[in-house]
Design a protein. Structure first.
Length: 418
């Protein structure tokens, strides 16, 4: 017998590598099951992953030793396995047209630190240098070193083209200083840590799927409606980006071919009907003096008929867009986030009663339409979830300390908070 091969005819080194590959694949199956369904018993994990109870038990033991998972007793006979990150720190950045937000999540110190800048006209989106300054400043003031960061996730209020890693050409006017900037590569080189760049709505969708309205749903559609309109798809537990990285742009789904011109160059996009600016413009004929979508929602709750009308119509437009999208991807849950998602029945009553949604539910009765659960921090939480996923960590539940903002103020430099 050839001593260089094992009993199956395979070289020992090759067999060892194959075994390690299978083991790693099994670990990923358990991690993904915990991310999808949250805390689970080992028996439930064995069923979901189709692994043997002994294999699951071994993997859970390893994850506990690595500090990636913990077991929580439920009763005298059963415990739940939950993902938990107990070390390191992650930074999430949200680059908006009108503001820049940075949040540092320190799992070692169980603390969160925040900084933000609001831009004036002509400064839209800031620039890469400002992001680097803010991340460095926040890391220092949190008492950490750059090497303590597991990674940085950057959510852009614009689609990022997969081929280039830069903001797509038709959205560059929204963030002029980011034109042709390869976001992840540029920031990664400057900061010396892994950087992951995503559209902000994709990150918000990932957060809502991980810890919010979409938790437990394998296929999930999220739409963020505030100053702009963005969408994100999570399919089989992963952000779906499409071939060019632009999947999920529900805001540019055309509803009325002869409708208002959108900044993307099309007419009648969803954005032209349900964004903050569009809703405020629709109110102008009524003599409204509102300057914010939140003001419109507050007035509608107090009974203002014009404000109630425009929110009702926004709900109907969302219903049309969701029904058309859902017929293609058949998500289990569709969630509305951003400021408009906070309007509750003022928007959802017309959304779920629209003719298009009623027609959809006749063939897909299990589909659910829900308000998002994580509020203004959804994109930041999505950045945290992305860093944890990319570094092989996770958290089945969002720690209470991660929801509590600790604002760091500095009136003397560019990182001044609002």
């Amino acid at each position: 017998m050839d001593q260089s091969k094992d009993g199956n005819g395979a070289a020992p080194g090759r067999a060892s590598k194959a075994h390690a590959g299978v083991r790693q694949g099994n670990v990923q199956r358990v991690l993904e099951a915990l991310r999808l369904s949250g805390p689970s018993s080992q028996a439930a994990l064995a069923r979901r992953t189709r692994l043997s109870p002994a294999t699951v038990n071994s993997i859970v033991k390893t994850l506990r030793e690595q500090g990636v998972a913990e077991t929580r007793p439920v009763n005298g006979r059963e415990s739940l396995v939950a993902l938990v990150s107990s070390h390191g720190a992650a930074v999430a950045v949200q680059v908006n047209v009108t503001s820049l937000r940075v949040a540092l999540f320190d799992f070692g110190g169980r603390s969160r630190y925040d900084a933000a800048v609001t831009f004036e006209e002509g400064q839209e989106g800031g620039d890469a240098g400002l992001v680097v300054d803010m991340v460095r400043s926040l890391t220092s003031r949190a008492g950490l070193r750059p090497e303590d960061l597991a990674g940085v996730a950057v959510g852009m209020q614009a689609p990022i083209a997969r081929a280039t890693g830069a903001v797509t050409s038709w959205a560059r006017l929204q963030l002029p200083a980011w034109q042709d900037v390869v976001v992840a590569e540029t920031l990664g080189e400057a900061l010396g840590v892994p950087v992951y760049a995503e559209n902000d709505a994709n990150l918000a969708a990932l957060a809502e799927w991980t810890w919010g309205a979409g938790q437990g749903s394998a296929d999930f559609l999220y739409v963020m409606c505030s100053a702009g309109v963005g969408g994100g798809l999570v399919i089989d537990g992963r952000i779906y980006r499409g071939g060019d990285g632009l999947a999920g742009e529900v805001g540019h789904l055309v509803l009325e071919p002869a409708g208002p011109v959108c900044f993307c160059g099309s007419r009648g996009c969803l954005t032209t009907f349900v964004s903050e600016r569009s809703i405020l413009l629709a109110l102008e004929a009524s003599g409204s003096t509102h300057t914010s979508l939140r003001g419109v929602i507050d007035s509608a709750r107090r009974g203002d008929p014009a404000c109630r009308r425009v929110l009702y119509e926004a709900g109907r437009h969302l219903g049309r867009a969701f029904a058309n999208t859902a017929k293609l991807m058949a998500p289990g849950v569709v969630a509305v986030g951003g400021t408009l998602g906070e309007a509750g029945p003022l928007v959802f009553d017309s959304l779920v009663s629209s003719v298009e949604v009623q027609s959809l539910k006749a063939v897909s009765p299990a589909i659910r339409f829900l308000p998002a659960a994580l509020g203004d921090d959804a994109a930041l939480f999505g950045g945290l979830a992305l860093v944890l996923t990319e570094t092989g960590q996770g958290a089945s539940t969002l720690p209470a300390w991660a929801r509590s903002r600790r604002i760091i103020r500095n009136s003397n430099d560019r990182t001044q908070n609002r």
